[in-house]
Design a binder for this molecule. Structure first.
Ligand code: 13P
Length: 258
């Protein structure tokens, strides 16, 4: 099964509406579309709705960075997946910043995955071990727990809409800033597919896209994309510069041609 490459910009809590709009405008002008690559940007929640009116989704798709799992109700300050329906194609769920700073546990993440699918958005499920878990040799167990708790209650049909981002916490530029070695990333990507195979069988595991995130830049993305089974990248800091992000997409195309 051919898995389309997936390159996403997680803009985190950067850019107000005007800045996000300028970013989208500049990126759209610079970017050459490739049929084999899906390009996604995740702006802040306040910018996502205005951007949805400006964006050409054939070229760039929108992802939300978060949402709440109930569709409506007395949840002051929250925005539901149902409110984002038709606005965002994807939604980032379980990012380590949400797990660490906002204490999101696996049970909440599982509910968010369900809510996203119920509202026709594809989850980008982030999984990854922290430095202590890695040093203690628990990385695989942590990943498997995160995957099982978030995804084991889905149908096979729903699984086809899942993208899994392996983001080791220690390799995210704002946490550890250590560079993950492609060999290490390959082992963990294989482990992720093994766990999906265990839960849903090989056919589903082969259909799910698994991408890498953690200090990805234009000058190192090729080494990750060359990993067999790595279907793309989730880019934080380096995506804030549209020229750099464009280079990352271009590099993905070059790897596919080689
Ligand atoms: P950096 O690319 O800044 O390391 O961030 C990765 C990330 O958290 C993407 O979701």
């Amino acid at each position: 099964m051919i898995r389309k490459k997936f390159i996403a910009a997680n803009l985190k809590m950067h850019f107000d509406v005007a800045e996000a709009s300028t970013y989208l405008h500049n990126l759209s002008k610079t970017l050459t579309s490739h049929r084999e690559i899906e390009v996604v940007i995740a702006p802040s929640l306040v910018a996502i709705q205005p951007l949805s009116r400006e964006i050409d989704v054939r070229k760039i798709k929108l992802a939300a960075q978060n949402a709440y799992f109930e569709d409506e109700g007395a949840y002051t300050g929250e925005v539901s997946f149902s409110m984002l329906k038709g606005i965002a194609s994807y939604v980032i769920i379980g990012h380590s910043e949400r797990r660490i700073y906002f204490h999101e546990e696996n049970d909440v993440i599982a509910k968010k995955v369900k809510a996203a699918l119920r509202n026709r958005m594809s989850p980008i499920l982030c999984v990854g071990e922290n430095i202590t878990e890695r040093r203690d040799g628990h990385a695989k167990r942590v990943i498997n727990d995160q995957i099982t708790s978030a995804l084991s209650h889905l149908t096979e049909e729903e699984m086809h809409n899942i993208v899994i981002a392996y983001e080791p916490v220690w390799a995210i530029s704002t946490f550890g800033n250590e560079q993950a070695m492609p060999d290490d990333v390959e082992k963990m990507i294989n482990e992720i597919r093994k766990q999906i195979t265990y839960l849903y069988g090989e056919k589903v595991a082969e259909s799910v896209r698994v991408i890498y995130g953690g200090s990805v830049k234009a000058d190192n993305v090729a080494s990750y994309l060359a990993i067999p089974g790595c279907d793309g990248a989730l880019v934080g800091g380096a995506s804030l510069n549209y020229l750099e992000f464009n280079k990352i997409v271009q590099s993905c195309f070059n790897v596919m041609q080689s």
